[in-house]
Design a protein around this ligand. Structure first.
Ligand SMILES: Nc1ncnc2c1ncn2[C@@H]1O[C@H](COP(=O)(O)OP(=O)(O)OP(=O)(O)O)[C@@H](O)[C@H]1O
Ligand SMILES: [Mg+2]
Length: 377
């Protein structure tokens, strides 16, 4: 968990520090006061990346030359670790753990893990397949470092194959190695598909349960992995996945040459989301889409907790809008079981929850910080 944070010239914060509850932290304030910015800072400590912009200078307060995000993390064994990202307008970021400079910015990832929900995550339900593949890639890479390796090999081979398919007519010498690229792509692609299929089997069961409960048993969320034809995603097995890809590659070899496009492989994967049997992408209401996206996030947190033995931080930006009272109450209840940060503009029911901390933010300053009393043991 994260015990405290201090910010200097980060977004709209010139100088800020706060201590957090190990349970629920409610970050409340009017629009444009810095609530999402604070979540961004926390996320930066977990992932070494901004969830909003790739550039460090965008995270610096307008006009500032440098700034930092510093946080004290309590590790599972009770020891404390201080993480710091120093951002600069004109040079590369410097990262520190317990005062020692790290070689790479990403080296402090792993100390803290986080699951983030932002309103953009509605794209998981509404958006194109690419958004859902990115979600799979991010989640599985956090859990299985080998997956991240296979993914980068796959992407490299895929880019190469695309170049061959684009240019072989002008340059026929490109064509002979195509079969080698196909072989490499089917090997690495089979690894990706295997991990994705296994991950979705676990995720969907948990997401379904969350969605069902959140909707008062009214809605059944179903996730179905769509991948290369012939792959049995319900019973993932490396060997049969590889065979299915190889068969499909042969079938579509000529079609790929004539269309100049890569028609087989994990790059076309998708996850079909339905609610009560109806495609969520086209037919879900706002509240339903939000519930589905949130259910997937809760499922992701559960999976990470089971896998690593500790609950990741839950960062929820503006989740409660569009949810009715019953769904809000369920979300607030379900947040328990780890440290969570939730932003909102209005007072929320959870302020009476025991052990919650309410941080009021106004114009990049903490104007009040109230803790509710923990329940009597
Ligand atoms: N680099 C920066 N320097 C200074 N201010 C910034 C910077 N980046 C963003 N801001 C400002 O910070 C303010 C607060 O942004 P933030 O997204 O945190 O608001 P919020 O409290 O989450 O509001 P909402 O309730 O509307 O989501 C915005 O007005 C934004 O313009
Ligand atoms: Mg916001």
């Amino acid at each position: 968990m994260i015990e405290s944070v201090s910010l200097s010239d980060f977004r709209n914060y010139s100088s800020f520090s706060a201590d957090f509850s190990p349970g629920l932290n409610i970050i409340r304030g009017q629009n444009a006061q810095g609530k999402t910015n604070l979540l961004e800072a926390l996320h930066l400590l977990a992932s070494a990346r901004s969830f909003r912009s790739a550039r460090d200078r965008d995270m610096l307060r307008f006009g500032a030359e440098g700034g930092f995000v510093r946080g004290v993390v309590v590790l599972p064994d009770g020891r404390r670790s201080e993480l710091e990202a120093r951002l600069f307008a004109r040079k590369r970021r410097e990262s520190f753990r317990n005062g020692a400079k790290l070689r790479r910015a990403s080296d402090f990832t792993g100390t803290l893990s986080a699951v983030l929900f932002t309103p953009e995550d509605l794209e998981l339900v509404r958006g194109g397949a690419e958004t859902r593949r990115r979600m799979l890639d991010l989640c599985i890479s956090q859990l299985r470092p080998r997956y991240a390796g296979a993914l980068s090999d796959f992407n490299r081979l895929y880019a190469h194959k695309n170049r061959i398919l684009r240019d072989f007519r002008e340059n026929p010498s490109l064509l002979p190695p195509l079969r080698d690229f196909n072989a490499g792509l089917s090997e690495t692609g089979a690894a990706l598909i295997y991990y994705r299929a296994a991950f979705i089997l676990k995720l969907r069961e948990r997401a379904r349960a969350v969605h069902l409960e959140c909707s008062g048993s009214a809605e059944e969320l179903s996730l179905t992995y769509k991948t290369v034809r012939g792959v049995d995603a319900e019973n993932p097995d490396r060997r049969t996945i590889l065979d299915a890809i190889l068969t499909r590659q042969e079938e579509l070899y000529d079609a790929e040459l004539s269309s100049g496009q890569c028609l087989v492989g994990a790059q076309r994967d998708d996850v079909e989301i339905t609610i009560n049997g109806v495609a969520a992408r086209n037919f879900a209401s706002q509240g339903q889409a939000r519930t589905a996206a949130l259910s997937m996030k809760f499922a992701e947190r559960d999976l990470m907790s089971e896998d690593t033995g500790r609950a990741p931080l839950l960062l929820l930006d503006d989740v409660l809008s569009e949810l009715d009272a019953a769904r809000r109450a369920y979300v607030l209840e379900r947040i328990g079981g780890g440290q969570a940060f939730i932003t909102c503009c209005e007072p929320i029911e959870a302020e009476s929850l025991s052990g919650a901390r309410l941080l009021e933010i106004d114009g990049g300053s903490l104007v009040s910080c109230i803790s509710t009393f923990p329940a009597e043991p």
